[in-house]
Design a protein around this ligand. Structure first.
Ligand code: ZN
Length: 492
């Protein structure tokens, strides 16, 4: 397909994201939510849907859902309720799921994404959040006997996940490309991780994204036929699935085919979307109010209490880093990806370090070291004040950047005062012209051949002499002063 055909169409994307709320127990009973336990060991009559049992809402679920709604700039409903969503599926022991239908806990919010365009220039965009609601998860089917779903001899069901609390967050149809959708999902993951309400682990299913996608000719205001894609377990897969599906739909329309409203699965192996089933409408679920749970009523004071406990969120931090600290959009983004890293950076700046230098050390050498050591910034022995001291020593000319890099692994592993380490090792930078001059003379004496070559015109040997002085002094000679003195001494 040529680019000119793709540019005649617009891709309309909305995301439904399910976040598993990180409570210790399930949404309506006291069973554990821990991941990885043997099948059917974390179950009870309530989450197995036995007759006559009564669900009770876990208060922590409500708190987490409201905090997430507030972080997404939503209006929190003073009155909301649970509903039964009816469907039959083997992993759903009650044959209905307790969810929220017409009165969700939060609605009408927005989330800002900041992402690079095709030229790498960052732009900001607000994506509307239509609604956020609480619901319970279903169990998990394990198809045994064969890898093909339909070819399995039998299926097993694990109800450990049944009744695990979820919040579903539905965006408006505001996203226009796979890259934008992936950025939206990442930003949402950052937010729930900052809040500490969800670990965002896509591999374990703590964060699941369903994509609604349609295409329409540019200029058309009505929406095209919507297709839902499921089963993407990385941000990269979201982007690729959307890009594939948009092309598939455009090709179909160009060939005069009719698209059907359906659910498709992303097949990672073949990098295609494949049809799964035609999509149910809301009327098929026959929602009705859950009679066993009272409606949820919140006072303005309760909502304000939760609002006052929100941390500073990634988008606010990015703005502040760019506008107040002068960092680039790229650096701000890397530093704010994880709350712990942002806090480490802010701690370093609070101890007086230059923000740009602190950013370079943290996103560069320190991140690389953490990766190779498989360590977390939260358990780093080197405190933000230690890093600020190291940066101060470089800026004051006490040590060179090269020496600082050499000291870094030891500081990161053991912590402690960089100044004390520099003094104990005798690593202080030497700027005394007499001493440097003496070292240069010694280098000249040791390399008479190079010296005469230089004097007869081979001036690129200048770097050789600089290198020898540095080698001789273990990097302690002030590089700028060394350069100046070498130039003087080598001048004809
Ligand atoms: Zn239970």
């Amino acid at each position: 397909m040529t680019a000119s055909i793709t540019t005649r169409y617009e891709t309309i994307i909305g995301l439904e994201i399910h976040c598993q709320l990180g409570t210790a127990t399930k949404i309506f009973c006291g069973c554990s939510t821990a991941f990885g336990a043997p099948p059917n060991t974390q179950v009870c009559p309530i989450c197995l849907g036995h007759p006559g049992v009564l669900p009770v809402l876990n208060e922590q679920v409500l708190a987490f859902a409201v905090q997430t709604g507030l972080a997404l700039n939503c209006t929190i409903a003073p009155y909301s309720k649970f509903d039964r969503k009816q469907y039959f599926y083997p992993d759903l022991p009650k044959n209905y799921q307790i969810s929220q239908y017409d009165l969700p806990i939060a609605a009408n919010g927005w989330l800002e994404i900041e992402s690079p365009d095709e030229q790498g220039k960052f732009y900001r965009k607000r994506v509307t959040i239509q609604r956020l609601h609480m619901e319970e998860d279903a169990g998990k089917l394990v198809h045994a006997g064969a890898e093909r779903l339909s070819g399995s001899d039998y299926s097993l069901v694990d109800f450990n996940r049944a009744g695990v609390p979820l919040c579903e967050i539905v965006s408006g149809p505001d996203l226009r490309s796979g890259a934008e959708a992936a950025e939206y999902a990442q930003e949402l993951r950052r937010i729930v991780r900052y809040l500490g309400v969800c670990d965002g682990n896509m591999q374990e299913g703590s964060l699941r994204c369903d994509v609604n996608i349609s295409v329409r000719p540019v200029g058309e205001t009505r929406f095209g036929t919507k297709v839902e894609i499921k089963n993407m377990n990385s941000f990269n897969a979201i982007q690729r699935a959307i890009d594939y599906e948009a092309k598939r739909q455009i090709t179909a329309l160009e060939n005069g085919e009719r698209l059907v409203q359906e659910t498709r699965l992303w097949d990672e192996a073949s990098q295609r979307t494949v049809s799964m089933r035609t999509k149910e409408g809301a009327s098929d679920y026959r929602y009705f109010p859950e009679p066993d749970l009272p409606p949820i009523q919140l006072t303005p004071d309760q909502i304000e209490h939760w609002r006052s406990h929100l941390p500073e969120l990634p988008a606010t931090k990015r703005h502040r880093y760019q506008e107040e600290l002068g960092l680039s959009p790229y650096d701000s983004r890397v530093l704010t990806d994880e709350r712990a890293m942002a806090e480490y950076f802010e701690g370093t700046v609070a101890c007086g370090a230059d923000p740009k230098l602190a950013s370079n050390w943290i996103t560069g050498d320190i991140t690389a070291w953490l990766k190779t050591q498989k360590q977390d910034i939260r358990s780093l022995a080197c405190r933000p004040s230690d890093l600020a001291e190291l940066i101060g020593l470089i800026q004051a000319g006490t040590i060179s950047g090269k020496i600082a890099k050499e000291l870094l692994p030891e500081l990161l592993a053991n912590g402690g005062s960089p100044r004390a380490l520099v003094e104990a090792r005798g690593l202080t930078q030497v700027s005394d012209p007499e001493l440097i001059g003496q070292w240069i003379d010694e280098v000249f004496a040791a390399h008479p051949q190079e010296l005469s070559q230089y004097r007869s015109g081979k001036t690129k040997l200048f770097g050789f002499f600089v290198g020898k002085v540095m080698q001789k002094t273990g990097g302690r000679a002030d590089p700028q002063r060394t350069n100046e003195l070498l130039k003087q001494k080598l001048a004809p």
